[in-house]
Design a protein around this ligand. Structure first.
Ligand code: N7H
Length: 465
């Protein structure tokens, strides 16, 4: 078993955050000094027990305040994650292979397979990022303080600086009742797998995966410094929110008894597979059920089976985002069942950018960049993020074994070489054969990178000097 006290806290526990600043850097020529300074960075990195402890403290603090009928004091929070790309490992002289080809090549080389249009990519991701610091916190001041300390250790701002910051982006939890919702308005962060031996309790319907799906474990075919580490797939995903809303408005699902507004809301729910409240359409097929959406005892407890029948999309379209990206029991209902455990990932993203302005809503046009700083952890990019994006979301034939040949694209993240060519079926439950054409992609990849998130032991023994 892996010693979780050495595993970075973002992977298994998740770092509490209202804001999060992600800093991409390149390592300068003085690699020796960088490696020495890394020794001073290691104590600043948040480990799994520290992240879990902070979570417990904040929960207790909230509970006590609620019992006493007062507002909870704000506890200062700051957490640090550090990860390196293959370019970074090479720069450090760590050249043995992880065996994962997409990681070894970097995300830019993978862009054609993901069906990304590289002309949309930010330059920073085309120039070989070496590493990334992710600082999560309760306020920008605490985050900045932590960053200043880190930069001080690397001599940033002096002639001796050993790193060069190449890009910085801050994500933030959305305000008020949109807290926890991504920019299209849907509650996010509901479904992540539980990790055996680490997550002692599971919510109903939450699947569990062996630690080896998320973490590198002892394996004589892999370098020893990988143990307790995890791959981090980072994606800068812009979301065209006014354009998405305009499409919903102009294409309501037409059903007896539904107003146009309800038809538009229904269309959004059928594309995602959940209502904005988080209620899964598999459990609440006809209208939103906010109490269900908010209830962790119920909001993840579904399998896409009706009786034992996995061939229906009456309740949830086969191509709905959540069904495409985690088909649950869908493939187990086939004559030759296909396990999907290797494809499970742990998602830890955060929205970025401002709320939609009145002008943007009025013109149905994005004027300021916003979206999701997507990141997920897995022990294999090939089986995790990359598989989900290329073999599932972009693959019109997925999920397999259904009574129709082509469920179509994942309307949220599915990508085609021609972004105006995407279609899907099953959107209108009473007219499932009709194919819906999507005029554009509302999630635009501006690039990203694949990173490796080492354990603190590997950082100490292999990365630092
Ligand atoms: Fe997705 N969205 O708002 O529509 N996602 N996602 N995602 N996603 C999920 O179940 C969204 C993206 C997964 O277990 C929910 O926690 C948006 C990528 C997986 O049932 C919502 C973007 C990839 C799940 C969204 C985006 C995935 C999931 C429901 C981009 C991987 C869990 C909340 C801007 C390649 C499925 C929840 C399950 C859920 C949205 C990106 C994967 C609302 C807007 C790139 C595995």
């Amino acid at each position: 078993p892996v010693d979780v006290t050495t595993v970075q806290g973002d992977i298994l526990s998740g770092l509490l955050k209202k804001l999060e600043t992600t800093v991409f850097f390149q390592i300068g020529d003085d690699v020796q000094s960088f490696r020495k300074q890394l020794t001073q960075i290691i104590p600043l990195i948040t480990t799994t027990p520290q992240a879990a402890e902070r979570r417990a403290q904040v929960a207790k603090n909230k509970q006590e305040a609620a019992q006493q009928g007062r507002k909870a004091d704000l506890l200062p929070i700051v957490g640090v994650t550090l990860a390196f790309s293959k370019f970074g490992l090479t720069k450090l002289g760590i050249t043995d292979s992880t065996g994962d080809s997409p990681f070894e090549q970097g995300q830019l080389a993978d862009a054609p397979s993901l069906a990304d249009d590289v002309s949309n990519w930010l330059d920073v991701f085309k120039n070989g990022v070496h590493g990334v610091f992710i600082i999560a916190g309760d306020c920008q001041d605490n985050i900045d303080q932590q960053l200043t300390q880190i930069e001080g250790i690397f001599g940033v701002g002096t002639a001796q600086a050993t790193i060069n910051e190449v890009f910085r982006v801050t994500g933030n939890v959305r305000p008020d009742d949109q807290k926890g919702h991504e920019h299209f308005g849907f509650l996010d962060g509901i479904s992540n797998p539980a990790v055996t031996d680490f997550d002692k309790t599971r919510f109903p319907g939450q699947e569990s995966v062996p630690a080896s799906v998320i973490l590198f474990v002892e394996d004589e075919t892999k370098p020893s410094w990988t143990v307790g580490g995890s791959f981090l797939a980072f994606r800068y995903l812009s979301q065209l929110v006014p354009e998405f809303n305009d499409f919903l408005k102009k294409n309501p699902i037409v059903l007896p008894g539904l107003s146009p507004e309800q038809g538009s809301e229904f269309l959004g729910a059928r594309l995602v597979g959940r209502w904005k409240s988080g209620a899964p359409v598999d459990l609440a097929p006809l209208q939103d059920d906010p109490a269900l959406g908010a209830d962790p005892q119920r909001n993840n407890n579904f399998r896409y089976d009706i009786g034992d029948d996995f061939t229906s999309q009456d309740r949830c379209p086969f191509a709905a985002h959540v069904r495409k990206t985690n088909p649950r029991n869908d493939l187990e209902g086939m004559a030759n069942p296909i396990p999907t455990t290797p494809q499970r990932i742990i998602r830890r993203g955060i929205p970025f950018g401002p709320e939609v302005s009145d002008a943007e809503a009025a013109q149905a046009k994005t004027l300021t960049d916003r979206g999701l700083l997507f990141r997920c952890y897995q022990s294999s990019i090939s089986n995790g993020f990359r598989f989900i994006q290329t073999n599932w979301a972009n693959n019109t034939g997925f999920p397999f074994g259904k009574p129709i040949p082509a469920p179509g694209f994942d309307a949220i993240i599915g990508q085609a070489s021609d972004p105006t060519s995407r279609t899907l079926t099953g959107v209108n439950p009473q007219d499932q054969g009709t194919s819906l054409s999507l005029p554009t992609q509302w999630v635009v990849s501006k690039g990203g990178e694949y990173f490796f998130t080492p354990s603190t032991v590997a950082l100490r023994d292999t990365f630092a000097l």
